[in-house]
Every structure is written in structure tokens, then in C-alpha cells.
Write a protein that binds this ligand. Structure first.
Ligand code: DGJ
Length: 727
């Protein structure tokens, strides 16, 4: 990993063994992007500019003949100068005009990766990253922009963010400040993103990039299940196992937008950051604003190569090290077996069986504080309903701890019910616009997390519950998007800041609680995956992937999320059949195989299971415990399969001596069942024993010829293989 200045300090070349990122200063003024992609040893300007005299254009005095800003590869473009594509930054200074002229001032290398104040970001230890700091400024407007690019050793990743300083004497307004703006050369690309909705998250959308702007966004106040704050640009022939990919992922949990513009010459500009529709920020003289961090990923090893980069980054540089170094507990969650109707008897009965089965953590979900068995009341009060649970949460903790299990408790801290003491006392704490109706979502309003008093209230609730160490796990839920997004407390001139201030408030609350209780494990959740993003992952190292627990649907949802997130970050539970969301019937084995390479849990009424099911679950748990290290620290791959009736996953340890491979058959189809499955991520020089059958195969044969599966007349069937290297 290195950052070198070349051409008398006019070129900066950021590189490691996988990637190069090259910037150049033209005319001592304009900062432009020259290249991003596979590592090159030395940059000697093979890609000289090819400009020619164009009509209906603008003139720029420059060392480049006929330079046109129309397609000039600006690194952080503003508007108004003759670059008519999407701007990365838009600021209205005291002129009242949305126009600034940022020019290059200086750059330098930082050995320590800078933190971003109030926002989650990737971290590194000494020697793991190098950072390029670039300063550009507009002296007339008093605006200085600091741009930070950090490169990690051995990862095809650069992370980037900006700091904007008002060094003038007048207030300025930031209308938009993207985290990413990247120029890519004219060629064909596919645009890939993840879209969805509640209970159907992370579906892959892929289409050929066309001229004009293509955009995805969330304007819901949270990252949302509608679009993941991610997209990738791929060569049209890219598949899971080969091809070029540029991937971008925003470390942020609020409204975002991501746009790609293909101009008239075919050049491509990719951008991502805070959604300008939900944003405006007043920057007083001397103040600084920081953008969220964006992850820029390049791989020429297909989508799996991109995923490996993201997974490694998040496992080593985003999820707290302390948590990453501990094996995650196999849990039992009460939601689908009790819903709101939680009782001590049920808890006693279920935790008894859980103990016998070897489950390690019992999570009491929603219902424990509600006055009735519905979502209508009590949000915000967080007082246990002792009519349901005599003795309160202490009693529940005692029951669970007696069985040797850890205890986890569900909260939805950002919400307030109309029918709550909190709302009677503090109606002003909810987001609202005076004289307009407040819209409920799941019978609740959203607390104004930009307020200090609200932040302190939530933090104190957690002190109350966590201070005596009886709760080892918190599930942090959030079940509605934001509406009437206004804070009664914010000054008139700052009203549009509320969207971002909400997220900053949330991060402040999480940071305070998590740093006070570093031993408590946090699970993120938002009606499943409605706020599954790297920002939340920083605080909540595992996230409930979807409210849809159906095994077949989960193969799609988990595959989608696995493009970005390591499997240990994704909660995957074995639930009851017929499934509560889809009514689909699948075998206990299929439900387990779909969940076992992820963060395994159970979410069904164990007291209603048949003896043979209990026996099966006990075997599953024993097997999963034996494989915990492989699952948590191994590398997860999706496989290209020739027949779309099948999908295939594998988890392989780092030295490729062990692998679990799972193949899913959607439907039994007698005429289409012959398909060979290549195990591409083994070592061709090793011999492997398949543990279930004792058969021995060469890695080369498994990788080149492929494996066939037996003919099983069953829909939604899962085939599992466990290979171990023999000496
Ligand atoms: C939505 C979550 O995704 C579920 O797992 C459950 O916790 C419910 N909320 C409880 O209200």
C-alpha cells in the first residue's frame, strides 16, 4: 500500500496490490480523476485527453487544447462552470447564487485515518491504511473542502469522505455534498442495485446503463428496504465468478441518493451521498460539516470478488474488534412463537427446552411492556407489564440465567405511542408539523432524535436496564419510516437539517450506550431489513435480515445481502412450517441449511415440536457449534449455476482446508435435474474427504468437473456437503 506523488507533485497515485486510484491537478487548479481500477505499477499518462473543437460549448484557458468542461473528469464537481452533469457539491454562499469555484490548494499523506465526527466510519490500526488529504478552496466564498481517501492494505477498497469548512465571515448554505463522485471511462456498463420492500428485501436489479441519469434513493429518513445504499457498475459479461466490478456503498442510515450519469460521449459519473431532497445545512462562519464515508470497491474477480472486499472490510474495519473476536451465540427469539402474548410460563417452558438443545441465548421480543397484546400502546414508557410478567424483567432474566442461557431484550427506542405516559407528558418530543395531522405508522409516532432531551431520555432507559449486567443482548428495532419530519425545537432557518440531525442523534445515542456497555451484543432490526446498512452495522454487529423467515424466500434475500455483508452479520432463523409469512411448507432440514451459514437462530415454539424435530434441532445445534469458527471467520461465496432451478453457496476457511457447500433445489423437475456444480473456491492441489459420505475427491476434480446431486423428488430441497482436506 502506498501513496506517491508524481510529475512534480501534480499526480497522486494511491495504490496497493489490487487497485490504483490516480488523481491529477491540471493548470495548478483543477483536480481531476485519471484512473481507478486494477493496480498499475507506474502511471505514465497513456490516457491523454482527446479534445477537439466543439460547437455550442464553452471556452476554458488551459494547458489542454480545446478542453471542454462538458466531459472533464472533475473529482468533486460544482455547478455553473460549463460542466452540466450532476454536481457533487452545491453551496449557496453570501452571493445568494448556487455557485462556488473550488480550486486545488494542496495535498498530503496522513498515516492515521481521520475519524468523522458524529458518524460511523471504518477504522484501522497503525500501518493498516494510508490516507491522502486534499484541500480545495474558493477564497471568494470562504469555502474550503478537505477530501480524504484511505486505502487499506491488500483490499480492493478505498474509503472516502469530505469535510467542508466555512472560513468566510458570512453564513453559507450547503444544498448538497456528496460523499462520492467518480468518473469512469466511456464503455458499456451494467447497473446493479438491490431493491425490495418489507419482507422481500435485497432483490438484485441489473440493466444496461443508458444515456442520462439513473438514480436510486431513499427519502424515508432511513436507508430503507426499497433500495440498499449501494450500486455497482459491471462489465456486461461479469458474473459471480469473473469480470470487472466497481461497487459503492454508503456508511449511512438515513435518506440517501445514488446516481449515475452517462453523458453524450459515453463517459460515466457515479455519485452517492446524503439525499439532497432531504437536506440543507446552514454553515456559520468557522463551522465544519462532514459527509458520511463511502466505500469504493474494485474487483476483477466478479461479484464474489466485490463481496469478498466488502466482507473483509466490514469484518476487520467496521464491526467492533471485540465483538468480531467473540463467537456469536445461537439464539431463540420469542416473536413468532409468542408475538405480543408473552408469559412467564411460556418463557419457562421454552427456555427449558432451549437449554436441553444447547441454545445459548433467549431473546424476549416485543410484548413485554405493552398494556395489551397489540402494537397500540406503551411505546416510549418501557415499563414491564407485570400483569403479563409478574416480577418484571428481573424475574425473566432470573429464569433464563438459571438455565445457563444469556438473556436478550427487545426495544424500539426511537418510537412513541399516542397511548403512552411519555406522550401525555411530552407530546412535543414527537416529530410533527404544527396544524397538520400526525400520521401513525404501526400505531406509533417517531421521536425527535435531534433533541438533546430525547437523546438523554433514551440513554437513561438503557442505563436503567443494562446497569446491573442482567441483560447481555439488545434487539434494537425501528418499525416505520419518518413523516412530518420537523423538530419543534429547531430554529426556523435550520428546519431542513432535521433529516440528518435525526440520524446524528441516533448515532450519538447508540455510541453512548454501546461505549458504556461494550459487553452487550446489539442486534439491529427495522421490520427486518428496512435499515440494514453499514452505518447501523458499526453499532449493531448483527442485523435481523428480514421479517420473512420462509426458507425459499430467504435464499434470495440472503444471497442479495451477501453481495455486501458478511453472513455473520445476518440473522437467519429456523421458524415454523407452514411459514407464517408465505404459508409455504419446507422441511426442517431445508430451513436449517438456509440459515446455518449465517447468524443462526431459532424462532418457533419448541414446546410444540415433535420429538423427531427436537432431535433434529439438537443435532443441528451441535453441528453448528462445531462449525462456528468456519462460519464466522470463513469466506462466503455465491456460485454461478447453469440451471436457475438451483442456487448454491459455500463457506470456505482461509487456507481452503475446509468447506461447507449447500445446493438448493427449487422444484423437483425430472427433465432438468442433471446439472454439475463446480466448487470453484477450493484448492485444486488438495484432496478432500466429504464428511457425510466419507468419499474422497481431488480439489481439481471438484473444481473442474463438478459435483452432481442425487435425484430427490422434493421441492425446496437442500443438499449439504462438508469437505475437509486429507493429508
Ligand atoms: C419487527 C421485527 O422485524 C420482528 O422481528 C419483531 O421484532 C417485531 N418487529 C416486533 O414488533
Amino acid at each position: 500500500m502506498s501513496i506517491n506523488f508524481e510529475k512534480n507533485g501534480l499526480i497522486a497515485h494511491i495504490k496497493n496490490s489490487s487497485i490504483s486510484y490516480i488523481l491529477e491537478v491540471i493548470d495548478d487548479k483543477y483536480l481531476i480523476n485519471r484512473y481507478f481500477g486494477k493496480t498499475i505499477r507506474e502511471y505514465r499518462e497513456t490516457n491523454t485527453f482527446q479534445y477537439f473543437k466543439r460547437g455550442y460549448n464553452t471556452q476554458h484557458i488551459s494547458s489542454i487544447e480545446h478542453l471542454s468542461f462538458d466531459d472533464f473528469p472533475f473529482e468533486y464537481p460544482a455547478r455553473g462552470h460549463g460542466d452540466y452533469r450532476i454536481p457533487a457539491i452545491s453551496i449557496t454562499p453570501s452571493t445568494g447564487i448556487d455557485f462556488i469555484d473550488l480550486t486545488f490548494k494542496e495535498w498530503r499523506i496522513l498515516k492515521e485515518k481521520p475519524k468523522i465526527s458524529g458518524l460511523p466510519s471504518t477504522f484501522s490500526e497503525e500501518g493498516e491504511t494510508e490516507t491522502l488529504e486534499i484541500i480545495c478552496e474558493d477564497v471568494s466564498s470562504g469555502i474550503r473542502v478537505y477530501m480524504y481517501y484511505s486505502i487499506f492494505d491488500n483490499l480492493g477498497i478505498i474509503v472516502r469522505h469530505q469535510k467542508i469548512e466555512n472560513f468566510g465571515i458570512q453564513k453559507v448554505t450547503i444544498n448538497s455534498a456528496k460523499s462520492l463522485s467518480l468518473e469512469l471511462p466511456a464503455k458499456d456498463y451494467d447497473f446493479l442495485s438491490l431493491y425490495g420492500t418489507h419482507a422481500k428485501e435485497a432483490n438484485v436489479s441489473r440493466f444496461a446503463l443508458h444515456r442520462g441519469i439513473q438514480k436510486i434513493e431513499s427519502a424515508r429518513g432511513a436507508s430503507s428496504p426499497q433500495h440498499q445504499p449501494f450500486f455497482a457498475l459491471l462489465s456486461p459479461d461479469t458474473c459471480e465468478e469473473s469480470g470487472e466490478v466497481y461497487g459503492f456503498h454508503l456508511i449511512y442510515s438515513g435518506s440517501f441518493s445514488a446516481e449515475v450519469e452517462k453523458d453524450q460521449f459515453g463517459n460515466v459519473r457515479a455519485q452517492m451521498g446524503l439525499n439532497p431532497d432531504n437536506f440543507k445545512w446552514s454553515l456559520e462562519s468557522g463551522e465544519i460539516f462532514e459527509t458520511p464515508e463511502v466505500v469504493i470497491n474494485y474487483s476483477n474477480n466478479g461479484l464474489n470478488g466485490m463481496s469478498q472486499n466488502f466482507h473483509k472490510l466490514y469484518k476487520s474495519h467496521l464491526i467492533p474488534k471485540k465483538i468480531m473476536n467473540q463467537e456469536r451465540p445461537i439464539l431463540l427469539n420469542s416473536w413468532e412463537s409468542m408475538y405480543y402474548d408473552v408469559t412467564l410460563d411460556k418463557i419457562e417452558q421454552q427456555s427449558n427446552i432451549a437449554q436441553e438443545l444447547g441454545i445459548e441465548l433467549f431473546v424476549l421480543d416485543d410484548g413485554w411492556f405493552r398494556l395489551s397484546n397489540s402494537s397500540k400502546t406503551s411505546m416510549g414508557d418501557w415499563k414491564c407489564n407485570e400483569k403479563k410478567l409478574p416480577g418484571g424483567i428481573n424475574k425473566v432474566a432470573e429464569i433464563i440465567h438459571k438455565k445457563g442461557l444469556k438473556f436478550g431484550l427487545w426495544f424500539e427506542p426511537e418510537m412513541i405511542s399516542k397511548a403512552s405516559n411519555l406522550y401525555s407528558e411530552h407530546p412535543e418530543w414527537a416529530l410533527q408539523i404544527p396544524n397538520y395531522p400526525m400520521i401513525e405508522g404501526r400505531n406509533q409516532y417517531v421521536l425527535d432524535l435531534s433533541r438533546k432531551d430525547v437523546q438523554e431520555y433514551i440513554i437513561n432507559i438503557f442505563h436503567e436496564y443494562l446497569k446491573d449486567g442482567k441483560i447481555e443482548y439488545i434487539k434494537w428495532d425501528m418499525n416505520r419510516p419518518l413523516t412530518e419530519v420537523n423538530s419543534l425545537e429547531l430554529d426556523f432557518g435550520r428546519k431542513s437539517e432535521i433529516w440528518h440531525r435525526y440520524v446524528l442523534g441516533l448515532y450519538y445515542v447508540l455510541e453512548t450506550i454501546i461505549s458504556t456497555y461494550p459487553n452487550v451484543l446489539f442486534e439491529g432490526c427495522s421490520s427486518g431489513g428496512a435499515r440494514f446498512d453499514p452505518g447501523m452495522l458499526y453499532y449493531t454487529p448483527q442485523i435481523w435480515t428480514s421479517d420473512n423467515t420462509d426458507a425459499f424466500d430467504r435464499t434470495i434475500i440472503q444471497s442479495g445481502y451477501s453481495l455486501l455483508y458478511p453472513p455473520i452479520a445476518m440473522g437467519a432463523h429456523v421458524s415454523i412450517t407452514p411459514n407464517h409469512q408465505t404459508g409455504r411448507i419446507t422441511s426442517m432440514n431445508t430451513r436449517y441449511q438456509v440459515a446455518r451459514l449465517f447468524n443462526l437462530g431459532y424462532e418457533l415454539d419448541l414446546s410444540k415440536c415433535q420429538d423427531y424435530e427436537i432431535k433434529e434441532i439438537a443435532e443441528q445445534i451441535a453441528e453448528s457449534k462445531r462449525n462456528k469458527k468456519l462460519i464466522q471467520y470463513g469466506d462466503f461465496f455465491r456460485h454461478d449455476v447453469q440451471n436457475d432451478n438451483y442456487s448454491m453457496w459455500s463457506t470456505v476457511n482461509s487456507d481452503k482446508t475446509e468447506a461447507i457447500v449447500i445446493i438448493f433445489q427449487k422444484f423437483h423437475n425430472p427433465i432438468k435435474s442433471h446439472c454439475l456444480f463446480k466448487l470453484n473456491y477450493l484448492n485444486s492441489d488438495f484432496d478432500y474427504c466429504e464428511k457425510n459420505t466419507g468419499k474422497i475427491y481431488g480439489g481439481d476434480e471438484l473444481m473442474s468437473v463438478g459435483l452432481s446431486i442425487p435425484l430427490i423428488k422434493s421441492d425446496f430441497h437442500a443438499f449439504a456437503f462438508h469437505f475437509e482436506k486429507i493429508s
